[in-house]
Design a protein around this ligand. Structure first.
Ligand code: IMP
Ligand code: MG
Length: 178
């Protein structure tokens, strides 16, 4: 089935699971080289990055830790620009090599905010790994250090990403039909 209905919108298949996993594998190799000797702390940004973080972490067999924070910035299919902080970071990240794991960089406001607030905690280094990047939507200068896939400026769901809370469970990525 390549077209699905979520609430009031129809979505069509855009990136099948096998392509997602292949891109994550390529990205993981690069991350492995950079991080294998650094005992990094990964910070997974909930809710959107849960599936991505899970598949990404399976590529790493070196010493590392993962923790989770939660943010909310989107309403419907448009970014609200107004990021609700639920940082929830209990680990001391001072002098640690930290990697933020995000689902998608759209306008870039969320990651800009997150980088600033994380840098205040004085990590030894700070990197960003994003599953998806929409270059045409970017409104800030911030880019991720690692990006699995660049996509056009379409609203998408699946593989952790939602439309008003639904669709996170889908194993493939779908884009909205106009
Ligand atoms: P930004 O602040 O505009 O970069 O938005 C980042 C956040 O908005 C991401 O972490 C996602 O949770 C959400 N988001 C951005 N684009 C999409 C999309 O196409 N579908 C679902 N969520 C999205
Ligand atoms: Mg998110």
């Amino acid at each position: 089935m390549s077209t699905i209905q979520i609430k009031d919108k129809q979505f069509e298949l855009s990136i099948p699971e096998k392509d997602i996993l292949k891109s994550i594998g390529n990205m993981a190799k690069q991350m492995y080289n950079d991080l294998h000797d650094k005992d990094p702390l990964f910070i997974c940004v909930l809710n959107g990055a849960f599936m991505f973080a899970s598949d990404l972490m399976k590529h790493f067999d070196f010493p590392c830790e993962i923790t989770f924070i939660r943010l909310k910035s989107y309403q419907g299919t448009a970014t609200s620009g107004n990021i609700k902080e639920v940082h929830g970071l209990i680990e001391d990240i001072k002098d640690r090599h930290v990697v933020i794991i995000e689902d998608i960089i759209d306008t870039g406001h969320t990651i800009q905010y997150l980088k600033q607030s994380t840098l205040k905690r004085q990590p030894k280094s700070l990197r960003v790994a994003a599953l998806l990047f929409k270059p045409d939507a970017l409104q800030t200068g911030i880019k991720a250090d690692y990006v699995a896939m660049e996509i056009p400026n379409d609203f998408i769901v699946g593989y952790g990403l939602d439309y008003n809370g639904h669709g996170r469970n889908l194993k493939d990525i779908y884009k909205v039909k106009n």
